[in-house]
Design a protein around this ligand. Structure first.
Ligand SMILES: *[C@@H]1O[C@H](CO)[C@@H](O)[C@H](O)[C@H]1NC(C)=O
Ligand SMILES: *[C@@H]1O[C@H](CO)[C@@H](O)[C@H](O)[C@H]1NC(C)=O
Length: 475
């Protein structure tokens, strides 16, 4: 069973980061007892097609505790990142929350399902530099209250990096920088003697490093990323797959890499992978890389439309062999549409700067809505809803329907299948929400100190209100 949550919330407005992290904690795999409880509620739900897919875990959801940052996770803006020198693991957590009283309120207002990424590149090199600088100083910035304790804890567990370096040097060891490691990996990859296994291993390692914005840029500067892009048309499917994976990770919220990639022809190569006969694993990673390339990059989105990208995606969503990717495709289109609408909305506010206007002008040149409507996406998305047995994909399709509704209203009003599916889901979530409320009350009695949690609408209650809202808007 796939717990609802993580991927649905991928790329959420940086300002809503706290909301995301909390929502995730509420429903994601982070809280085993939650999951077990939910188990009763979802006993009838069959296993999702996406189960165990690494992409669903790609974004790391920081909490206020340090957590190991596994390879293949992207770090959202505002996270602290550090290297635990004892374990050698990277760890990350949320910035310490400002104790503003409005914050928890704010996050309860708009329904969570409506939230989307409105911000520019979600993680900046600045954030990572700050995190690194703090790490190098050997101290953590905490809220005044626990600052002392945390510093003491940090001092107890970690020594300053300079001290460690001296010790390493004394032992004739030295810490390899990320850049040195990447150069070594690319050399290994590029060496004439490398076996297929060596190459795949090098790509897997690289994928870990390029999540850091600066590393991805460094990889560009010495030609490493270009080499990786060249593998997108390798004759070996496994190399295409992993090259796309590295590229997708490097592109995530990294405008400089996005520009280089599009100039280097990555878009055409990715679309070719999506439009031609390829193993599913290759298509999956190509779709991931395509998503990273297009997000927050209107110029790439325009090229994508001109190159017939929407057709390629529609075939992907419709073909039997690649249907499992349909929800991802719809999520991508939802996000692109949301970006565009929010850029335009932002620019229509009374006081806006030149930058917001320019951004809106760029998005205005992307004929995404027309493309979606002309190419029958209203029906594709509506048809997808009834086929999702799991909550998380349903949530994604519902969000897409919510955005498309304004443009697809006529089609949806006459779509009796959609009406019936929504009514069925409304009934199902009414039952689940009622059970959830009872359980919340029970827990509320037990743990009075966690009032905050008590007043929060549960996941199923939010699903229910989303479905009701859609039904009302269709009336
Ligand atoms: C890969 O190897 C070729 C030939 O050996 C060399 O010309 C090229 O510069 C290498 N590329 C990188 C990025 O190291
Ligand atoms: C990949 O495409 C480039 C041009 O885009 C071409 O030069 C290269 O030979 C191709 N590689 C393979 C393995 O087909």
């Amino acid at each position: 069973m796939t717990p609802p949550g993580p991927a649905a919330l991928r790329l959420t407005l940086a300002l809503c980061l706290l909301t995301v992290a909390r929502s995730h904690a509420d429903h994601g795999p982070g809280l085993p007892e939650e999951e077990e409880e939910r188990g009763d509620d979802t006993a009838t739900v069959t296993t999702g097609e996406d189960e165990g897919d690494p992409e669903d875990l790609e974004v790391f959801y920081p909490t206020r505790q340090w957590q190991p940052l596994l390879p293949g996770r992207a770090v959202p803006a505002g996270s602290h990142v550090r290297l635990n020198l004892q374990t050698g693991e990277r760890e990350a957590k949320l910035q310490d929350e400002e104790p503003g009283p409005h914050r928890p309120k704010e996050r309860r207002q708009g329904p969570r399902l409506g939230k989307m990424d409105l911000g520019p590149g979600a993680y900046t090199s600045q954030d990572l530099k700050h995190a690194l600088a703090r790490f190098k100083e050997g101290l953590e910035l905490g809220t005044p209250k626990d600052d002392q304790a945390r510093r003491a804890e940090v001092r107890r567990r970690f020594r300053p990096i300079e001290e460690l370096k001296r010790e390493f040097e004394a032992l004739n060891l030295h810490l390899e920088t990320d850049l040195q490691i990447m150069v070594r990996l690319i050399d290994k990859f590029n060496s004439s003697g490398a076996t297929l296994g060596d190459k795949v291993a090098a790509l897997k390692d690289l994928e870990y490093y390029v999540h850091q914005v600066d590393n991805a840029r460094d990889l560009l500067t010495f030609g490493g990323l270009q080499l990786v892009m060249g593998e997108l048309n390798s004759t070996e499917p496994v190399l295409k797959e992993h090259a796309a994976f590295v590229l997708g990770a490097a592109l995530s919220s990294n405008p400089k890499v996005q520009v280089e990639a599009i100039e280097g022809g990555a878009l055409q190569k990715l679309l070719l992978l999506l439009a031609t006969e390829q193993p599913l694993a290759v298509k999956k990673k190509a779709l991931f890389a395509l998503s990273s390339l297009l997000r927050h990059f209107p110029h790439a989105q325009l090229r994508f439309l001109k190159l017939g990208g929407l057709q390629a995606l529609r075939n992907l969503a419709r073909d039997e062999a690649t249907r499992v990717l349909a929800v991802r495709v719809v999520t991508l289109l939802h996000d692109l549409l949301a970006e565009k609408l929010s850029a335009e909305e932002e620019a229509s506010a009374s006081e806006v700067g030149a930058e917001a206007r320019e951004k809106a002008a760029q998005y205005a040149r992307v004929p995404l809505v027309a493309g979606l409507v002309e190419q029958g996406w209203c029906a594709v998305v509506a048809g997808l809803l009834g086929r999702q047995p799991d909550h998380d994909p349903r949530e994604k399709v519902l969000r897409a329907l919510g955005l498309l509704l304004d443009f697809c209203r006529d089609a949806y009003r006459h779509d009796s299948g959609l009406g019936a599916t929504l009514a069925r889901l409304r009934d199902e979530y009414s039952r689940l929400a009622a059970r959830e409320r009872r359980r919340d009350r029970r827990d509320g009695d037990r743990e009075v100190e966690e009032e905050e949690e008590e007043e929060e609408a549960g996941y199923f209650q939010e699903m229910l209100s989303t479905i009701r809202l859609l039904l009302r808007r269709l009336d």
